[in-house]
Design a protein around this ligand. Structure first.
Ligand code: SF4
Length: 359
């Protein structure tokens, strides 16, 4: 292994000159840093920056978040995706409020719901100066290249090798800045497909750059096969309001247009008619196809046929059987911002409507 001292020195000097001025880097408040780390896990810095400010003005401390209802937190999180993060943030805030103090170490942070090794190490190193190395996607990429590690980071043994390297490299005198420096290098210089090695402070020590084609690292892994799931949904209005339900399939709890699974050789239009009657208690009028949407969540891929129609006025003779009620919510589009909804509903609402007489 290359000597770690020159690597630390070069990286720290580079970070001091090149660190982006991000608002969460101006605070050591563990609550604020924790929220930023959770938001950044699957969302870009550009998206997170205004949303982090907004979240903190709405829930300025852990007590405020603990007192909020899940609905309020999910509504504030709308559009950021991966809603389990928001649910866990709130659950963790409640645990902190019940304990009466914010955990003061990586080990105690990890006892909170949704806080894994990455978040715990990031918050503890940045806010408490604890010597805990972070390992996220950026760190995996930089270290795999720096040491030309021929390991699969998705496999436990491969990840353990990378963790060992991260621990050995960590600058214990300044762990928070050092962790952020490695992540910053991965985010801005050592990018997945086109690393700019000429501008990299580590190029003299980097084994992958010496070999050529550093983008081969980290080792390619076989991706989990994606599962395609077929659904049909209906866009309709009642008294000028969108007919929505709380989702149970894509992201439970978010508002969506009623969404129904299509199985085997079933026809989407027939499924929609049948299920609309059972769910909404009214007959669907003539269906107009708006298109087919594709939507992915983690390894699940949804293919959704979208129809629009007017409901028949008279209630259907068919009553919803017990357990089938999905709690219709009637909302004007302008009211959506106060309710949890996600990318899928926005895609449906952006589909061009038929003319004339568009809804
Ligand atoms: S030299 Fe290139 S491959 Fe190596 S760490 Fe720097 S940017 Fe990444």
């Amino acid at each position: 292994m290359s000597s770690v001292a020159p690597i630390r020195r070069a990286l720290s000097a580079w970070y001091r000159r090149n660190a982006r001025d991000l608002p969460w880097r101006r605070t050591k408040d563990p609550y604020a840093v924790w929220v930023s780390e959770v938001m950044l896990q699957q969302t870009s810095v550009a998206t997170v920056t205004p949303r982090w400010r907004r979240f903190l003005s709405r829930f300025p401390d852990v007590g405020a978040l603990a007192r909020a209802s899940e609905r309020e937190v999910l509504a504030e999180w709308s559009g950021l995706g991966y809603y389990t993060r928001a649910r866990n943030l709130r659950r963790a805030a409640r645990a902190v409020a019940a304990a009466g103090a914010f955990p003061g170490s990586a080990a105690s942070l990890r006892t909170l719901p949704g806080v894994g090794p990455y978040t715990a190490a990031a918050v503890a190193s940045i806010c408490f100066g604890e010597a805990a190395a972070v390992v996220d996607g950026n760190v995996v990429r930089v270290l795999s290249r720096l040491f030309a590690l021929r390991v699969d980071p998705k496999a436990p043994r491969g990840l353990a090798r990378i963790r060992e390297r991260a621990d050995a490299l960590l600058d214990r005198a300044s762990p928070g800045d050092f962790n952020q420096a490695v992540m910053e290098l991965g985010a801005t210089v050592c990018s997945p497909r086109a690393p700019t090695c000429g501008a990299c402070p580590l190029r003299r020590s980097c084994a992958a750059a010496r070999q050529g084609r550093p983008e081969r690292y980290p080792m390619a892994v076989t991706r989990k096969a994606t599962t395609a799931l077929r659904f049909v949904t209906g866009l309709s209005r009642r008294r000028g309001r969108l007919v929505l339900v709380e989702d149970r399939d894509l992201v439970p709890g978010q508002l969506v247009t009623p969404l129904f699974p299509v199985r085997g050789n079933e026809r989407p239009d027939e499924v929609l008619r049948r299920e609309w009657r059972r769910t909404a208690g009214r007959e669907a009028g003539p269906l107009v196809a708006l298109g087919r949407l594709r939507h992915s969540i983690l390894e699940r891929r949804y293919v959704v046929d979208v129809f629009t129609f007017d409901e028949a006025e008279a209630p259907s003779r068919h009553r919803r059987p017990p357990g089938m009620s999905r709690g219709l919510r009637l909302l004007r589009p302008a009211e959506l911002s106060g309710h949890a909804h996600g990318g899928f509903l926005l895609k449906v609402l952006r589909l061009p409507l038929p003319s004339p007489g568009g809804r």
